[in-house]
Design a protein around this ligand. Structure first.
Ligand code: TMP
Length: 224
């Protein structure tokens, strides 16, 4: 792919990096954004939940260990609320301006955490999202797959409320992501166990093989 092709392919695209806590998606989202910018693609990154005034407040409520009484349904609705705001305030205008959007988490997380690990049900999460989000699925979701042990070694800091939920919860989160990647279109999975450079190169390779986003008759159609 030359730069012109890359610009054509990625402008106005909505790409998500997602996976279990400790999978490295925030690092890889930053590296992907940097790479896209180097190729001349106008690119902007956001984190979900967050990146709006309302979304950051919701994020604090969700992640504060003080709120250990929070029910899965409350979590689900708060994550969805922060996402709706992020869409309206930031993502929709950026897509409108034909920028490439790289998101650190999206609905795939609600499916894996609240839907699968929390027991609410992934199908029900998707149903709610379909009713309340303007756009449900990105052009491409890359799931960073990492085992529990590697992930928890990477989380060597004070854990937030979601990270504190214990091994069996987080095992189910991982299973949820893998299940979702099998059942949804436009999902790719990357083995994220290696060092940063190795994983970054794998992501770039996937993206470059990406004739992955042909513009017509695409497996990754532009859905607006
Ligand atoms: P982050 O620290 O990766 O930004 O994510 C915040 C935490 O929230 C992380 O533990 C995953 C969790 N989460 C959910 O449980 N459901 C969701 O829908 C999202 C977006 C995140």
């Amino acid at each position: 792919m030359n730069n012109k092709n890359i610009q054509d392919i990625f402008s106005g695209r909505f790409i998500v990096l997602d996976g279990p806590d400790g999978c490295g998606k925030s690092t890889h989202a930053k590296l992907l954004i940097q790479w896209l910018k180097e190729q001349g693609v106008s690119t902007i990154g956001f984190r979900d939940p967050g990146d709006t005034e309302i979304g950051e407040k919701i994020r604090q409520i969700l992640l504060s260990p003080e709120h250990d009484a929070m029910d899965t349904r409350t979590e689900l609705l708060l994550y969805m609320a922060a996402r709706a705001q992020l869409w309206a305030e930031k993502i929709a205008p950026a897509l409108e301006a034909n920028q490439c959007i790289v998101l650190d988490r999206w609905l795939s997380s609600t499916c894996a955490y609240q839907g699968c690990a929390g027991g609410f049900g992934m199908d029900k999460v998707i149903k709610i999202a379909t009713d309340c989000l303007e756009r449900v699925w990105p052009d491409l979701t890359i799931i960073l797959n990492v085992d529990l042990q590697t992930a928890s070694q990477r989380l060597n800091r004070q854990l937030d409320r979601m990270e504190q939920k214990g091994d069996s919860y987080h095992q189910k989160v991982r299973e949820g992501f893998l299940q979702l990647a099998k059942q949804q279109e436009n999902f790719l999975t990357v083995d994220a166990k290696g060092d940063i450079e190795t994983v970054h190169n794998k992501i770039l390779q996937l993206i470059s093989e990406a004739s992955f986003i042909p513009l017509k008759g695409s497996k990754f159609p532009r859905v607006k």
